[in-house]
Design a protein around this ligand. Structure first.
Ligand code: F6R
Length: 241
């Protein structure tokens, strides 16, 4: 596992953006595995900047997002579709039909099959961006006795609902379920980039970097089974390890 420590999260996001843009330059029809959340916002800001500087071209690029809240329409302000459109897709020349964020308002079983086809059709994403929850979740694979290998509908952990309530007007509005890629789907990616900033993520990252166990209690530890993972953290987090 390759670990890179940056002075601050902004520099770290620039590095992640550079890594994603390299994949885009190498393979013009790459499938990018994308994440949302506070951690990723500046990654997309830098990718869009690269596009505006004519360094990257998204016209044949395809994307698949890790997750979406069950029941939120794509135009809901807190849906991950809207997050992606607002921060990335609406600012580059990607074709909207090549951007895939789970649709969770219709027939979900059909949707799960469609997502599986996209991932398996490409034998996993060419690069997968990941954030991590305070509890160690990746995508919405929450600590549990057993984890899903494939995309499925999952229950959100109480801690995740609380953490994400900062984006909603009240905690009761946060959906309790999400469609999430499984651990197996994530591990199929050819290359994985995980970003984590701030001391509150230190417990999860310590379990990933500082011991040899893989445990369903800290889902990010499954990344130890992959041979091309880059973990990008800031100094505030690294001081707590
Ligand atoms: C989001 C996702 C989540 C987040 C994680 C960290 O698509 O899959 O696993 O990456 O909850 O969220 P932030 O960055 O808001 O701390």
């Amino acid at each position: 596992m390759n670990t890179i420590i940056f002075k601050n999260s902004d520099e770290a996001c620039k590095k992640a953006s550079d890594m994603i843009c390299s994949v885009v330059k190498e393979k013009n029809d790459a499938l990018l595995g994308l994440a949302t959340g506070g951690t990723m916002e500046n990654v997309y800001k830098y990718i869009v900047e690269e596009y505006k500087n004519k360094k990257v071209d998204f016209k044949s690029i395809r994307t698949i997002n890790l997750d979406e809240y069950v029941g939120l329409n794509g135009d809901h302000p807190q849906s991950y579709r809207k997050y992606m459109d607002d921060r990335f897709f609406n600012h580059v020349n990607i074709l909207k039909e090549n951007t895939y964020v789970p649709v969770t308002t219709g027939d979900i079983n059909k949707e799960l099959l469609r997502i599986k086809d996209i991932i398996d059709g490409n034998k996993g994403a060419d690069v997968q961006l990941l954030g991590v929850g305070i509890n160690g979740h990746i995508a919405f694979n929450e600590p549990c006795d057993r984890l899903n290998a494939s995309v499925s509908v999952v229950d959100l952990d109480e801690g995740t609902i609380k953490a994400n309530s900062r984006y909603f007007s009240s905690i009761d509005e946060v959906p309790k379920k999400a469609v999430s890629l499984g651990i197996g789907d994530i591990l199929k990616a050819k290359k994985i980039i995980l970003l984590a900033f701030g001391c509150e993520k230190a417990n999860a990252i310590r379990e990933l970097l500082k011991n040899d166990f893989i445990t369903t209690k800290v889902p990010c530890t499954f990344l130890k089974a992959h041979n091309d993972v880059t973990v990008i953290i800031d100094e505030a987090l690294s001081k707590e390890l």
